[in-house]
Design a protein around this ligand. Structure first.
Ligand code: SF4
Ligand code: SF4
Length: 132
């Protein structure tokens, strides 16, 4: 004899299909919004990388205005970035991963901050299969 299960009871058992094979899926998060928000400091791009990019651009502009040669320009950029190396100060969310790199935060994925990405709630209309 089959037991009848009420519709509402079954609905509670329906789980979103995991989207691990989606091109945009990164550690349970969705990287899709990064295309439109990448340039913003409060977007999903890593805050530290955004600050470094801005400082570098400002130093390059300053060098251009002062007609510095290439060597002096590179020196100015290096000195400017040297002053912005306290990662914990630049980003309260920074968690060192122990890697020997300039920015070793455990939340960094490419140029994105995983913490800033929305959670993937399951396969959606933007799903794109990952290319292997
Ligand atoms: S938590 Fe890490 S990856 Fe995220 S913005 Fe801060 S330093 Fe960058
Ligand atoms: S399935 Fe949708 S929400 Fe999930 S990662 Fe892919 S595009 Fe983003």
């Amino acid at each position: 004899m089959t037991t009848w299960t009420p519709h509402y009871a079954m609905a509670s058992k329906i789980l979103p299909f995991p989207a691990k094979t989606c091109f945009f899926f990164i550690h349970g998060r969705c990287s899709l919004p990064q295309t439109s928000l990448r340039a913003r400091e409060d977007g999903p791009q890593c805050r530290v990388l955004s600050i470094w990019e801005r400082l570098q651009d400002e130093a390059m502009d300053k060098a251009e205005k002062n007609r510095l040669n290439t060597d002096l320009t590179l020196e100015l950029v290096a000195r400017t970035l040297e002053q912005a190396q306290d990662l914990a100060l630049l980003c309260p969310g920074y968690r060192p991963g122990g890697k020997n790199s300039a920015l070793d935060c455990i939340f960094l994925h490419g140029h994105l901050c995983i913490q800033s990405l929305p959670i993937c709630a399951g396969i959606c209309r933007h799903f794109q299969p990952r290319k292997h």
